[in-house]
Design a protein around this ligand. Sequence first.
Ligand SMILES: [Zn+2]
Length: 382
Amino acid sequence: MNWLTNFIPPRIRSIVGEQKEVPDNFWAKCPSCEKMLFHTDLSANHNVCHYCNHHLRLPVKERLVMLFDGGKYEVLETPKVELDPLKFKDKERYIDRMKRSQAKTGLRDAITLAKGQICGLDAVIAAFNFSFMGGSMGMAVGEGIVKAAQEAVKTKSAFIVIPASGGARMQEGMLSLIQMPRTMVAVEMVKDAKLPYIVVLTDPTTGGVSASFAMVGDVHIAEPGAQIGFAGPNVIKETVREKLPEGFQTAEHLLKHGMVDMIVPRKEMKNTIGALIGLLLQKPYTKDPKKNGRRDNDQTEGGSVQGADSSGAGSKAAAKGQANDNERAAARRALEQVRIAHAAVKKLGRNAGPQTDILQANDDQELADTAQMPVSGSAAGE
Ligand SMILES: [Zn+2]
């Protein structure tokens, strides 16, 4: 909403002319600050608004390029399942909806499975495509998670799931709901093999997905501002008839209440995941100096871009030094969070795997050393 649509009566507006829609092949509008962003700038910044740091949704392919070393990964085929077993029809036949989504996205279903390396360590990623029927979980998605978990166990890789989903796929009825326990068993296999299982909660993670595998990670990372919850806020509001707290169901709210371990900005995501895998497997890892895959834009935090650009090379180097300090601090905070999380798990009497040793044994100094290990490794090149 702006003043034009708020205050000018429709008749006058029709004379002045409606505000022209900006052609969206060049520009996108930030849903948070409503500033216009060049698609090329936005894409170079991993779909993060460089005015207000709002994290827009990121297509799966770009995310995988961002996370895997050198942007290289191998796609694992999504398992074939029976299409439309219930012959479901609402306003439209389910099979027609499916075909339309397949044509639109070029994908078989709402999940993409890939394997490669993150910071030099083997990883299998199962990522949801929200643009495919709202990332809903049906048989193919459940089957995909099972396959990815099996691959992780077979290749002794870390398992990372990146949900972006409205929940179970209603058109598959019970067959969709049964994917909740199935995926839980799948991730349990990974845990039994003492391999890390990390969940990266992106906007939105809701419904049956948040009620199953997405909430049982060894570590829960969330993207800033992501909506995470079970039922939508409007449904809850109408049911309980109470005012919901501010920031309800946001990543920040859940961090405060313990359901999320850390909120990580997109550009720190790769190195944070690499550090966590390295820590949990007690293996050395190589920090990516470009932070994320192949792209490198010399930005510090969102919003401070102009300041960094306007001055000379000296201040740019200073900004870089500052960014490194920030990273070190972020890594230390992240490791501290993981240590707290594992202490909590231990308290609950569950076996948290071999990683508990390192997490328990280390004092603050050791923690700081671990956090700095990859940083000092890459500092030589800078
Ligand atoms: Zn913005």
